[in-house]
Design a binder for this molecule. Structure first.
Ligand SMILES: [Mn+2]
Length: 301
């Protein structure tokens, strides 16, 4: 199911029937090109649109979405983000998510870091101002590398630094679980750093082995870290959408979506049953043995 030549309306219909699905997200422009947005909105029915994620497709972007040498391409990228904001608004979404896959470098002496950093700050300011007028949020999804050897915005630290310098009320961060693991971050720590600043705008839940962007089912590999992550979502009362960004390559997409939802709910239930207070009590001791035992206890019985 969900393979091959599904058009967008068929895809929406198929997702509508899956238990636990409340919202969908679309990639811009690829998913939305050639469609009437009002028609899509009508077709969504009870399903909400969380937002729109930018996809910079085309060789012209490969030198950097915002920081390539051709200033015309930088302009085009900023305009594409503004168009995505228009589409997001038309669909009733809240947030545009921007992953800058090409704004990075591969070689020493290849780029002027400060110059390019400043270009990214200015680009985000322009996009955030435009989106802000429409009541939309702009969220930065970071990834340490790939396709570039180094990304300009590679982890939670640089993302928060960027957010600070962009200095707009509507710019925040989307945490992708695999990307955090690739950066060798502990995901719950990244979450806490973003949430304490009220900048946690989105989640891309998935899992992997840390080296690559495997896009596996949530909590399938990194169960204790996923459990801790869900605990912190509750602690900070995250009330946004839980979006799953896993890649069903050989799996049936509908089954994988359900597996993601079931995994998330199972961890959430385990935390609720055990009790936030009891978890907090264990953490007060900062004791490694007790922390490890806590994970097992939460799944016993
Ligand atoms: Mn992602």
């Amino acid at each position: 199911m969900f393979k091959g030549n599904y058009d967008l309306f068929q895809t929406i219909d198929a997702y509508r029937d899956l238990p636990g699905i409340t919202h969908l997200e679309f990639n811009y422009p690829e998913h939305l090109q050639g469609y009437d947005l009002e028609e899509i909105r009508q077709h969504m029915g009870s399903l909400g649109v969380n937002g729109v994620a930018l996809r910079f497709r085309g060789n012209e972007f490969m030198e950097g979405e915002f920081t390539g040498t051709d200033r015309e391409v930088s302009r085009q990228s900023v305009e594409l983000c503004k168009e995505a904001a228009d589409a997001c608004q038309a669909l009733g979404g809240q947030v545009i998510t921007i992953w800058l896959g090409f704004d990075g470098f591969d070689y020493p002496f290849q780029v002027d870091y400060e110059k390019n950093w400043n270009i990214i700050v200015k680009s985000f300011q322009e996009i955030a101002d435009y989106a802000g007028e429409k009541g939309l949020k702009v969220s930065i999804e970071y990834k340490p590398c790939e396709p570039r050897a180094f990304s300009m915005i590679d982890g939670i630290g640089l993302t928060l630094q960027m957010i600070d310098e962009v200095d707009r009320p509507n710019i925040g961060v989307t945490l992708d679980f695999c990307h955090m693991l690739m950066k060798r971050e502990n995901p719950a720590y990244s979450l806490a750093l973003a949430a304490r600043k009220n900048k946690l705008y989105g989640l891309h839940m998935n899992d992997g082995y840390g080296e690559l962007d495997n896009g596996l089912i949530f909590a399938s590999v990194s169960l204790p870290q996923a459990l801790e992550f869900v605990y912190y979502l509750k602690k900070y009362r995250y009330d946004g959408v839980v979006f799953f960004d896993s890649f069903p390559v050989r799996e049936a997409a509908d089954q994988e979506v359900s597996a993601n939802i079931e995994a998330f709910m199972a961890l959430s239930d385990a935390i609720d049953k055990y009790g936030m207070d009891r978890i907090e009590d264990v953490m007060k001791g900062q004791d490694g043995i007790k922390a490890q035992k806590l994970v097992l206890d939460m799944f016993s019985k």
